[in-house]
Design a protein around this ligand. Structure first.
Ligand code: SF4
Ligand code: SF4
Length: 297
């Protein structure tokens, strides 16, 4: 994955100036990100003290039953969480400076309101953006309390914090796929969501293998609207080690966190037209291409 935002509008990929290619052999067309791209999680926020009302149990449980997951998901949806996924945090998605209590993660998404999208970047948009992070943070702590009350231990990854890299975590949890904008694109919310996570002692999370959204990468290759929409040139085309043009994110140029910019969201067809519309269009395009190829062996 070339370009991974953390779920807030600020996400780690590359800093200016563009660095020389890594001296390590990345393997042609493999993961060619330099080390700075994978070592740091979201740089949007900072450290958050645990606001859970219930303390972690001294001897936490490690196995949960189906009833627990059912009740957890029901409560999460009641609180406004749109989607829930389960995964293990792979080492490259964790911040090396902030140890994780557990690798098992429950990943949560919350819809960003219309008001943020409609407000031009500036103090007002930033206030609205911050309020959405705060709302998701509060919900995440409340859900963490529910989990602790059921005998399990938790660590909250606040959506504005830098504990884990949220967009790839959401992708690994099967909630969607990372688009060229670096944002997670989900069937329910397109690119318009904030992401948080709860790291838990539960070792039998219902983790599923997902790959049904990987076509989004091919669609993005043909689209590129977010790149054109960015007023700060924070999404730029750059040749990778294999000589292919890829989109890179220049963190220092992005005003997503500092001014609540959402231009790369509003111009994304997954936001303006919706997931199903884009998927239908992509399927038709693919079918036409296949037909053409059949006609020209
Ligand atoms: S449009 Fe550009 S500046 Fe604005 S949030 Fe997206 S990447 Fe950042
Ligand atoms: S605007 Fe286009 S290229 Fe960018 S994330 Fe959305 S679909 Fe992909």
């Amino acid at each position: 994955m070339e370009n991974e935002k953390c779920g807030c509008e600020c996400y780690e990929t590359v800093d200016e100036p563009m660095k020389e290619e890594s001296k390590q052999d990345p393997g042609c067309c493999g993961d060619d990100r330099d080390k700075s791209e994978v070592e740091v999680a979201c740089g949007c926020g900072g450290d958050f003290t645990d606001e859970s009302l219930i303390a972690n149990p001294i001897k936490p449980e490690f196995l949960a039953d189906a009833k627990f997951f059912e009740e957890f998901e029901k409560l999460a949806h009641l609180m406004g969480i749109v989607n829930i996924g389960y995964t293990k945090v792979s080492p490259e998605l964790a911040n090396p400076e902030k140890p994780l209590m557990y690798p098992q993660a429950m990943v949560l998404t919350l819809k960003m309101g219309e008001d943020i999208i409609e407000t031009v970047p500036g103090p007002e948009a930033q206030k609205l953006n911050d309020a959405t992070y705060a709302k998701l943070g509060t919900i995440t702590y409340a859900l963490s309390d529910f989990i602790r009350a059921n005998g399990f231990a938790t660590q909250v990854a606040h959506p504005y914090g830098g504990l884990v890299n949220f967009s790839p975590l959401g992708q690994n949890a099967g909630l969607g796929w990372i688009g060229q904008s670096g944002l997670l694109i989900s069937p329910e919310l397109g690119p318009r969501q904030k992401i948080s996570a709860i790291l838990v002692s539960i070792e039998n999370l219902p983790v599923k293998e997902h790959s049904e959204y990987s076509w989004i990468t091919d669609y993005c290759d043909k689209c590129g609207k977010c790149v054109k929409a960015c007023p700060e040139k924070a999404l730029i085309e750059q040749e990778d080690v294999c000589g292919e043009n890829k989109i890179k994110f220049v963190k220092t140029r992005c005003i997503g966190c500092s001014q609540g910019c959402t231009y790369c969201i509003e111009d994304c067809p997954f936001d303006s037209k919706g997931y199903d519309h884009v998927k239908n269009k992509f399927d038709k395009m693919t079918a036409k291409l296949m037909e053409k190829r059949k006609g020209h062996p």
